[in-house]
Design a protein around this ligand. Structure first.
Ligand SMILES: C[S@@+](CC[C@H](N)C(=O)[O-])C[C@H]1O[C@@H](n2cnc3c(N)ncnc32)[C@H](O)[C@@H]1O
Length: 239
């Protein structure tokens, strides 16, 4: 009897699987997906010898940032050591002023300020990044990266860029900032690409669409989707 027949004739197997899958907390599921996305990006860039830094916009508790450091160390074991500085950008107080266009029921300042103990997060990042260069740029993007570029922070090329700052305006500032660091092979992960009910004028999707229109000399190719809302691209051609 093949597996399909067994499942069809044993509804309890269906019920059991449904109970298990539906009881996995969504938060756990999309955090794990984020980890897999970062691991893939680290693998792809190590495999293709795309050297440079890991830049993360939206550090919060440091979950994805710390994971990226761990994933990079594993890739070094497979492909050989690659220099890679880890640089994270966050206010640790949420988004600051949220424009009408960026309003979203899940993106609230109080969620991202109350739930985070900045000192603890930075301490933990220091611990995880032992033997690995890392820095945290603290502050609202309008004060830290607006009208600046990676060159102002002595960042040369980007290997992986993790955009996890939810809003269109935050993403716009992040993309303008990283533009000179994008090289052929840079992977950009957008964790919230399809938020705002898929509205093409909002969120990370809209900021990236505007960026691609403004800088047509950089071509991107979608490489994978991740988590509940995310999508990753590779810069495949720069003219
Ligand atoms: C979804 S959380 C990041 C989650 C994190 N990557 C993780 O995996 O745990 C979004 C973060 O972006 C930060 N953020 C968004 N817009 C910002 C801005 N304009 N300036 C500074 N920080 C910002 C918030 O403070 C918040 O901590």
């Amino acid at each position: 009897m093949d597996l399909l027949k067994i499942i069809k004739n044993n509804l309890f197997i269906q019920n059991f699987a449904a109970s298990i899958i539906s009881s996995i907390p969504p938060y756990l599921e999309f955090s794990v997906s984020k980890y897999f996305a970062i691991k893939k990006a680290m693998y792809v860039t190590a495999h293709d010898s795309t050297h440079g830094s890991y830049l993360e916009f939206g550090v919060f508790t440091g979950s994805s940032f710390n994971f990226a450091i761990k994933a990079k160390k594993k890739m070094d074991k497979i492909f050989g050591k690659m220099d890679c500085e880890f640089i994270g950008f966050d206010s640790f107080q949420g988004f600051g002023e949220i424009s009408k266009d960026d309003e979203h029921p899940a993106f609230k300042n109080k969620v991202f300020s109350v739930l985070v103990n900045k000192e603890q997060v930075i301490q933990n990042i220091k611990k995880i990044s032992k033997g690995q260069k890392s820095r945290i740029v603290e502050g609202f993007y309008k004060d830290t990266i607006k009208n600046k570029t990676t060159a102002d922070f002595k960042i040369d090329k980007a290997r992986v860029i993790m955009i996890d700052c939810d809003l269109k305006e935050s993403t716009r500032l992040a993309l303008e900032f990283v533009k000179p660091s994008i090289q052929e092979g840079t992977v950009i992960i957008f964790d919230d690409y399809n938020c705002y009910k898929g509205n093409k004028d909002k969120g990370e999707f809209a900021a990236f669409s505007d960026f691609r229109k403004k800088y047509p000399e950089i071509s991107f190719r979608r490489i994978f989707d991740c988590g509940y809302f995310g999508r990753a691209f590779i810069a495949c051609n720069i003219n």
